[in-house]
Ligand binder design. Structure first.
Ligand code: ZN
Length: 184
């Protein structure tokens, strides 16, 4: 049973709206169409003196695994504001020089993950809410087997490749599974 979020009626049916090409939940009482679209997760790849800042997650999913600071974009903020906010909330770090870097589509879970590169102001950081530990890693010491998400691993792999030229073009990719496992 699904109720209309607009009028509360339970006369919600799956139908293709006029002029559309896929089924939506439509309220037969007030005609409200319940569109469901992908959600945006935004964060940063923060660096300081050539090291990368990672956060150990305190919450599920993937508690105890390392991640880049990121989270759901909120209404009323820009992408870079979301990246800045998440970096401060999770890593107590102030982002400077944010540059759009990695766009990952995850069609199997209806999400888009977006990472900016940034520097950390004054090298200051710490464990924010939802974080057990925050730590700077040399690129050679990234704990690949203990990364929380495939998108985080992908972003770090791009960074490892791009830093050799010192050029960081925007990278766009599609990822088919959510969790990181290091392939042999
Ligand atoms: Zn309704």
């Amino acid at each position: 049973m699904m109720f209309c979020i607009e009028c509360g009626s339970n006369e919600v049916k799956l139908q293709i709206p006029t002029g559309d090409n896929r089924q939506r939940h439509i309220c037969l009482a007030c005609n409200y169409i319940h569109y469901v679209n992908p959600r945006i997760i935004c964060g940063t790849l923060p660096t300081f003196n050539g090291q990368v800042l990672l956060c150990k997650r305190e919450i599920e999913p993937r508690s105890g695994f390392w991640t880049l600071p990121a989270g759901f974009m909120e209404n009323g903020e820009s992408l870079s504001e979301a990246a800045y906010r998440e970096t401060f909330e999770e890593a107590l770090a102030t982002s400077v020089d944010l540059e759009l870097y990695t766009l990952c589509s995850l069609p199997h879970i209806n999400q888009v993950h977006i990472f900016y590169r940034c520097e950390i102001l004054d090298g200051k950081f710490g464990a924010g809410s939802e974080t057990l530990d925050a730590k700077l890693f040399d690129l050679a010491d990234i704990p690949w087997d203990e990364l929380a998400f495939k998108t985080v691993a992908q972003c770090l792999e791009f960074y490892q490749q791009d830093i050799q030229q010192g050029l960081f073009p925007i990278r766009s990719t599609t990822i088919k599974s959510p969790y990181q496992t290091r392939e042999a």
